[in-house]
Design a protein around this ligand. Structure first.
Ligand SMILES: *Cc1c(COP(=O)(O)O)cnc(C)c1O
Length: 349
């Protein structure tokens, strides 16, 4: 008997639910390059209103969304200040530099995922012919599964604004951040998402991560900003035609898959609790849906052996530089318990 695969590699691996698939099939379509797809237009209006922006743009990926954002905020020879581990610096092939001649100014993260305010302030260059023009601060929330403290977000974005920089949020997992923040404040997730977003001039969100849509991201900002991003999206090949099928999936996700992210967070905690006490494992307490685990001692060979042991039992995780387990719509408590048992067996724990 083959067991169901427990895929904890990423929250991007989900398949559309039956209800989402039905919404996709029922979507009214048009040609979005002509601006004619009612489902795309409705999604853009919905996400812009939800997060408190004038306008939004639907894009195929978060990478393209961040690229269009950076190229809309910056000109050739400008620079953006960003974390060393930020997706839009480290994990997007250097696109802003390659395609936009926009130079990154990466800064080291603190353990909580923040960039020190003093590091940001020092990185902003004086107006002098020697320097690139500091133009943009790009933050990410959640970053490495961590929720940036809200007062920090306010301070960092106020600092940037006071020094004349624009502010972009890579909120690929904005709604995970919002749900975690709501758990702290006792507020509701949608209000928290909007409070976070309103610290920024532009925000990118992924529908294809924890929200469970097959494809798609949205970039939100002012009308002028989105008009510039729209031109760049076309230039980089992101003008999609009957994209309303995808927009309908994203719209369904916004209606039905936001608050349930709390379940993913609880499952990441369940996994962390289940692995507690294994001496070889250093477990970073999860704040949202990503659990990072380091192996003590002979780390790399052990990590590869552990991943192979898990794979043989139909349990998938990643170990690019640390072990990472992502919870999502297509994993349940029984799957997590299977993963716990398999990992404990590997360590004879
Ligand atoms: C996944 C991700 C992206 C990019 O999304 P793609 O759709 O895979 O291009 C951007 N930023 C962060 C933080 C992400 O996790």
């Amino acid at each position: 008997m083959t067991q169901k695969i427990i895929d904890l590699r990423s929250d991007t691996v989900t398949r559309p639910t039956a209800a989402m698939a039905a919404a996709m099939t029922a979507a009214v379509l048009g040609d979005d390059v002509y601006g004619d797809d009612p489902s795309v237009n409705a999604l853009q209006e919905k996400i812009a209103a939800m997060l408190g922006f004038e306008a939004a743009l639907f894009l195929p990926t978060g990478t393209q969304s961040n690229l269009c954002a950076i190229l809309s905020h910056c000109q050739r020879g400008d620079e953006y200040i960003v974390g060393q581990l930020a997706h839009c610096y480290r994990w997007e092939g250097g696109g802003a530099a390659v395609l936009g001649s926009v130079q990154p100014q990466p800064l080291n993260h603190q353990a909580d995922g923040t960039l020190l305010l003093s590091d940001i302030a020092e990185a902003i260059k004086p107006d002098d012919a020697h320097f690139a023009r500091s133009r943009l601060l790009a933050l990410e929330n959640t970053v490495g599964g961590k929720l940036l403290p809200f007062d920090y977000l306010q301070q960092a974005t106020q600092l940037a604004q006071a020094r004349g920089l624009s502010r972009h949020l890579d909120g690929a997992r904005l709604f995970n951040a919002a749900v975690a923040q709501a758990a702290q404040t006792g507020g509701d997730a949608r209000t928290e998402a909007r409070r976070i977003a309103q610290c920024f001039d532009s925000v990118s969100v992924c529908f294809s991560k924890g929200l469970g849509a097959p494809v798609g991201s949205a970039l939100c900002g002012s009308r002028d900003f989105i008009a510039r991003a729209h031109r760049i999206r076309k230039m980089v090949g992101g003008g999609m035609r009957q994209a309303g099928m995808l927009a309908a999936a994203a719209s369904h996700a916004l209606d039905h898959h936001v608050e349930r992210l709390a379940q993913d967070h609880a499952l990441a905690q369940r996994l962390a609790d289940g692995l507690a006490g294994i001496p070889e494992l250093l477990i970073e307490p999860p704040q949202t849906n990503l659990l990072f685990v380091d192996l003590s001692g002979q780390a790399q060979p052990r990590a590869a052996a552990l991943l192979a042991h898990l794979q043989a039992q139909g349990i998938l995780a990643t170990g690019l530089y640390r072990l990472r387990f992502a919870t999502h719509l297509d994993v349940d408590a029984a799957g997590i318990d299977r993963a716990i048992a398999a990992i404990r067996a590997f360590f004879h724990a």
